[in-house]
Structure formats: C-alpha cells, structure tokens
Ligand binder design. Structure first.
Ligand code: PHE
Length: 358
C-alpha cells in the first residue's frame, strides 16, 4: 500500500470515528489545516518535476477531494443523529398552559361584538350576516333610497367597477342591506342582529373608511315602538352595566323607517370620563324606527300583515364609550402595544352569567 493510500485510510477512519462536531473539526485541521497531513502533501507538488507531478497530482488532489467529501458527509450524519436524539427525548406537552407573554389579546371590536351578541341572544335574537361587497339594489334601492335620491349623498359610498348590466356594486355603507337579505329569505317572525364591517369614504379622529355597525331587525304581526324602546333600554343597561339608563328618542329621518328616531343616552361628562344614567348631557348612540311599509313590500312581505322595527348602532363608538378609548384610528393600526393595553384576555368569553368584560 502506498503512503498516500495509507494516509487516506487513516484519515477516513478518523473521520468516521469522530463522535461530535469538535472531534470532527480536529480531524479536519489535522488533515486539511495549514499544517495538515494532506496540505503538506499538496505542498510537495510544487517541487516535483513535471513528469512526477503528472502522476502524483491526480493522486494527491483525489485524496484531498475524498477527504473533503467524507468530512461533509460525516458532518451531516452527526447533525441528523443529533436531531433524531432530540426528537426522541424532547416531547411537547400540549396540556401545559400557554405562557402569559405568548397569549394573544381579543380586539375591543371583537370583544364588543361578543358582548352584544350575548345580550341580544338572551332576548331571543340570532346573528345574521351578509357580504361586504353589496348590490347597490340591496344597499340603497330596496331600502327605499332610489337612484338620484338625496339620501345617497349622506353616505360617502365606495363604488366598484360597473357590472355588465350597468349596476355598480358598493362596499356596503351600513349593515341595513342584511335586513333586505333576511326578509327576502325568511318568513316572519324575524328577530336578528347583524354585527359587521361597513365602509364610507371618510377619515378623521372619529371616522375611519372601514368601521363597524350592528343592525337589529324584528318583524312579526304585532311588534310596535314600545317593544323597540324596551329592547334598546335593556340592551344599554346590560352593555354599559348600569342599573338604569335614561334615553331620549329624537324624531329623525331615515328613508327605510317611518317613524324614525335617533336615540340619545343621558350622561355626565367629567374630563375624559363619561358616566351613564346621570347628568345633564345627552350622547347620540343609534338610529332606529319602524320598518317602512315600502321596504317590507320591496322585500316581498305584505305590509298589511307584517310590521316591526329596525335599529343601527356604531360598534366602534360603543367600544370607545364603554372602554374609554379616545381615538378611533389606532383600532385599525395593528399596534401590539395598543392591543395589549386595550385588548381582552382570550379565554374570558363574555356571557351574561359570567360577566361581560373582566
Ligand atoms: N343604517 C342607518 C345608518 O347607517 C342606521 C339605521 C338602521 C337607522 C336601522 C334606522 C334603522 O345611518
């Protein structure tokens, strides 16, 4: 056996014998390092005659290549063995509680949606939903807002590109189109709330282009404005967690309700704080009224037979009032510091029995 073959055998044996990264590195240095055995051999090529180099060159370079390859192979074997050992010994106990710092928080909007769903569910309402991109017909026309009606200007609508038939879908400007969808697809009695996203081209400290509303709709044969007042009063007491609220129904106008009213809650403002159920101030919280006979008719219900009420409130505003949040814009900026401050614990799901917000 030649010297080169002997060196190769010894080096390869050392490589496969290396039990960890440090041992392998020592073998690499002893072979391929500056003064390593293979490096020294390579250096001898310089002083050989051309003929000798033609013979020895391929042998020595081949040795270097095989040693290099063996080192890399061993390195990856060691890494695999390491991983396998960890996989065998380390187990994740999925039954352990999450660490507090890794827990997410519930956004105040989601929290308030869950709270009002719990409150209205207790009064027999179910939750209905509709699409964010809505037909013009459902967002406006069926709600008694025909094309060219001035009430369309009250909503700064985002219009989509026109369809083949010339109609333009819109980003819904309120949750009221879900009234239409529900009346067209269900027979009364109807008792729904619709929490969801709504859009208007509007932006300042209290307006964002996307915001949230909750719609309410009750249709049967006998429901009247007294029921509307009771439902809203019960809701406000439960939501703001006060024993008594005083509400003011101000006559107003919506094309889809008649009569229509805006509802103010009595309150007292002290600096940044607002208290409900006392004081000399009034704060507007929602719009409502008896569903307009034309809307019932547009949705296929006989207005001689059916009647009921509807209301719509801003969820963002409810959240700001209840939790003392002064600016609306950070709601949608995904700043984790804000979320940690104003967010809610994930497992404290609001219920009437357990408490709405803890
Ligand atoms: N959709 C109305 C708005 O966005 C609110 C409303 C809903 C009023 C239902 C009356 C009845 O301004």
């Amino acid at each position: 056996m030649s010297e080169i073959e002997k060196l190769e055998q010894a080096t390869l044996a050392a490589i496969s014998g290396a039990g960890d990264d440090a041992a392998l590195e020592a073998v690499r240095v002893s072979a391929l390092g500056k003064k390593g055995s293979v490096s020294e051999l390579l250096k001898t090529l310089g002083s050989m005659s051309p003929d000798e180099r033609k013979v020895q060159g391929p042998l020595i370079n081949g040795l270097r290549d095989r040693v290099t390859a063996a080192l890399a192979a061993r390195k990856s074997d060691l890494a695999d063995a390491d991983l396998n050992k960890r996989l065998e010994t380390e187990r994740v106990d999925v039954t352990l509680p999450a660490r507090p710092e890794s827990q997410g928080r519930i956004h105040p909007i989601t929290q308030v949606m869950d709270e009002l769903t719990a409150i209205f569910a207790d009064m027999g309402f179910s939750v209905a939903e509709g699409p964010d991109i809505e037909f013009d017909d459902f967002n406006f026309t069926k709600l008694n807002i025909p094309p060219e009606h001035p009430a369309r200007q009250m909503h700064d609508t985002f219009y989509m590109a026109p369809q083949k038939d010339g109609s333009r879908p819109v980003l819904r400007t309120h949750t009221s189109p879900v009234q239409v969808r529900t009346m067209m697809s269900q027979k009364p009695p109807i008792r729904i709330i619709v929490p969801g996203r709504t859009y208007r081209s509007d932006s300042d400290q209290t307006h964002t282009p996307m915001f949230h509303q909750v719609e309410g709709l009750v249709i049967d044969q006998t429901t009247h404005m007294g029921h509307l007042k009771w439902v809203l009063e019960e809701f406000c007491k439960a939501f703001f967690e006060v024993p008594k609220v005083t509400m003011r129904f101000r006559p107003s106008y919506f094309p889809f309700t008649e009569p229509s009213a805006e509802v103010d809650m009595q309150c007292e403002r002290r600096g940044n704080e607002i208290r409900f159920g006392e004081g000399n101030d009034w704060l507007e919280i929602l719009g409502c009224g008896m569903v307009h006979p034309k809307v019932l008719e547009n949705c296929g219900l006989d207005p001689e037979r059916y009647q009921g009420f509807a209301f719509g409130a801003g969820i963002d505003r409810l959240a700001m009032l209840k939790y003392g949040i002064p600016d609306l814009r950070p709601f949608f900026e995904s700043d984790l510091r804000w979320l940690r401050h104003y967010g809610f614990a994930a497992l404290d799901f609001p219920t009437l029995a357990g408490g709405l917000a803890r």
